[in-house]
Design a protein around this ligand. Sequence first.
Ligand SMILES: [Zn+2]
Length: 281
Amino acid sequence: MTDAPPDAEARRAIPPVICYPTETLPQPDLSLYARARKGARKVDEALAPPREAASFRVPAGHFFRITSVEGPQVGDLNLWAADNHDERFYSGKTRALHGTHLGVGHRMWSSFPYLRPMATLVEDTLGWYGQDPFGGRVHDVIGTRCDPHTHHLLSGAEYHHCCHSNLTRAYAAAAGVPVADAARMVHDVLNVFMCTGFTRDTGQYFMKASPVRPGDHLEFFAEIDLLGALSACPGGDCSAEHSSDAAACHPLLVEVFAPDEAALEGWSSPPVNGYSGTHGV
Ligand SMILES: [Zn+2]
């Protein structure tokens, strides 16, 4: 290892700056959403069975709620623009804008070149959790999704109910495409209810038992027409392991709510990103 230079401590002592200050980030009108939600009625639901995924559609201006039912369970969420599946959730840029874990008022942003809010988080019954003594928080955008390729890399085994495969099957059925094509459309997720962080000593990604309990929910306002898929992770509450049938698993419920149209006066679905796309050419 290279010896530390004489000014090592001085270099380490330089304070950090936030990469993406959010003062100029368009902010959601949460009080408008809250008023609209009051008169909303349930119009649809889907149930992701244990170790499986379910797809669902949410029109722009509707709300969708993900609820833990029966027992503690973590979910892996993918979103696509309903009319153009090339536009999909961009976990990495969402993380860069909002931080490692999402809370009320944060958005799920879409991929380039679209980069616009797909959904806004409006309610979180685990908002009280904050940060635990290990540095763990809930609802991360740092993990990717459990998948059979990494599992095979690490163990040499075949397992078909990782979230990646569950989401692939759900997307294939919803979009009417072959599984091989569907697998390329699955992307890094929002880990709903999952409690994660990085170890302080080695910086490794860790998970621990989710604090979620039946009845807990996470609710979103759909900013654009959405196709969603949610996998009930084979890790269950992710207290021990995933990519196997070892953990106790439970279903996750998705419900869609429609507000009165008049209640959304003043709101309009966000346009795609305004950058010219010329890249200087
Ligand atoms: Zn998973």
